[in-house]
Write a protein that binds this ligand. Structure first.
Ligand SMILES: [Zn+2]
Length: 188
């Protein structure tokens, strides 16, 4: 089932997500729905707050990159209760977008290497290191469960330049091709 994606200005996007257990109601169905919602919106990552739930759950699928990099294209993960253990000191910048902030892309500086602990959908625990674009996508989604958006991380000047666009999204004045829920109550 395709779920509405909560937009910039929705209070749930500013909450810190809570850990969940294997007994979380309809967890498998929720994960399936999050993937379906993400694919429908042509996204590569989606975090639970973006579908209105303040829990520590995110899904990623980099399949759109399979032609340019087969290994990256095979990167598909559910991360439950992730905890960032280490970030490298080296950073790089790359343009990001977000399904909760349609029509805005900005360059964001992030650590190029991370170490993270997480559980998969069967609650097996992993501690893994990721680099480059994979680390970036994980960090973007991880930020969501910490109540942080990529627009928080851009320069004050850039933020000033996009402020009116962000205000318009929060007021429901925007266009996008997927189902959303804006804080003004507009549903499409
Ligand atoms: Zn996002």
């Amino acid at each position: 089932m395709i779920l509405p994606i909560y937009l910039y200005g929705s209070p749930v996007l500013r909450k810190t997500g809570k850990n969940i257990g294997p007994d979380y109601p309809n967890l498998k169905e929720l994960i399936d729905n999050m993937y379906e919602t993400m694919y429908h919106a042509n996204g590569i990552g989606l975090a639970a707050p973006q579908v209105g739930l303040d829990i520590r759950l995110l899904v990623i699928d980099l399949a759109p990159y399979k032609d340019e990099d087969p290994e990256m294209g095979a990167f598909k993960k559910v991360m439950i209760n992730p905890e960032l253990l280490e970030t490298g000191s080296k950073t790089d910048s790359y343009e990001e977008g977000c399904l909760s902030i349609p029509g805005i892309n900005e360059s964001v500086s992030r650590p190029s290497k991370i170490k993270i602990r997480y559980f998969d959908e069967a609650f097996n625990e992993y501690v893994e290191e990721f680099e480059g674009f994979r680390a970036r996508v994980i960090l973007h989604e991880y930020d969501h469960i910490e109540g942080v958006l990529f627009t928080d991380k851009i320069s004050p000047l850039r933020r000033q330049l996009i402020k009116s666009k962000l205000d318009q999204i929060a007021r429901g004045k925007f266009s996008c091709s997927y189902k959303v829920k804006s804080p003004s109550g507009v549903k499409r």
